[in-house]
Design a protein around this ligand. Sequence first.
Ligand code: PMP
Length: 302
Amino acid sequence: MAKLGKYALMGNEMIETSEAKVSVASSAVLYGLSVYSVFFGKHTSDGILCFRIPEHMKRLKESAKMIGLSNIEEELAKDLDIERIKELIRINQPTTDQFFRVTVHATELVPGVRTSNLELTTSVFMYDAVNILPQDKARLKTSLWRRTADTAIPARAKVNGAYVNSALAKQEAIDCGYDDCLFLNQNGYVSELSAANVFMVKRGELITPDCASDILEGITRRSIIEIAKKLDIGISERKVALTEVYTADEVFACGTSAFVSPIIDIDGRQINAGQPGPVTTKLRQLLLEAQSDASSNWTTLL
Ligand code: PMP
C-alpha cells in the first residue's frame, strides 16, 4: 500500500487524509460519479517538480464535460488552487517522489442517476510514487473483459466508476500470474492496459492505438509521441491488431504511474527475446529526464 501524505485538501479545507470523506448518500459513492487525474512530482532539494499540471487540469475539465458535470468550471475556480497544493506539500513534507490525485466528486446527496447541476467538491491527496508496473520486464495477458466502449462509458473521460472495468481486467491478469492486462475494444482491436497506454516498435516505427480505439488519451502517451518526434522516429496512431503486437520488435506501456514500462511477454509470446529494447530504453530515459528538468515548460516547481 502506497504511503499517503498525512494531510489532504477537501474543498477549501486542509484536513487529515483519514478525515477527507464523501457521504454514502452522494452520487460519487452511489454511481461512481467523480472524475480525476493523477500527476507526478519529482522530489528535489528545491521542492517538488510537477509534470504537466496544465494538461492534467485540462483533461480533468474535459472528463467532467464529457459526462455532463455542468458546474465544473465554477467548482475548479473555487476549490482548485495551485498555491493550496504548494501548502499541502509544505505541510506533508514528502521525502520521496510523489503522485498527486486530484478528484472532483459529485457530492450531491441522492439526486438519482443524472449528472447535471450537481454539487461538486474537489479533493487532492498525495502519496509516495510507487510504480504500478515492473520497470524492466512486465508481462501482460489479453483480457477476457473488453474495454468499455466510447458509446457506453467513454474511456477518454477519467471517471471513477469506469475503473470497475480496469479492476476486473487487472485482477484477472494477476490471478493468471501476469503483471497487467491488455484490453481489446469491442471491435477486437488493441486498446490499452488497466491504467496505462501501449506502444509497439515495428520496423523502426512507433505505433500506438489511435484515439478512437477506446483509450484514455494519456498525457505520458502524448509526451512520448512528442519526444519521439524530436528523435525523428516515425509515429503512427492507428488501429492495432493483437497479432501485430505479438510479433512487434518492442512493446512498452506508459502512464503517470507506469512511467515507461518495457513489456517482454504477452500471453506467453516473448517480445524482443525477453529484454527491454533499445527504443523503449531510450524513450524511458528521456521521459525520466524530462520529469527532472526544472527548466522545461513541462514542469512546475511547487
Ligand atoms: N489509460 C488509463 C486507463 C489510465 O488510467 C491511465 C493513467 N492515468 C493512462 C492510460 C495513462 O494516462 P496518463 O499518462 O495521463 O497518466
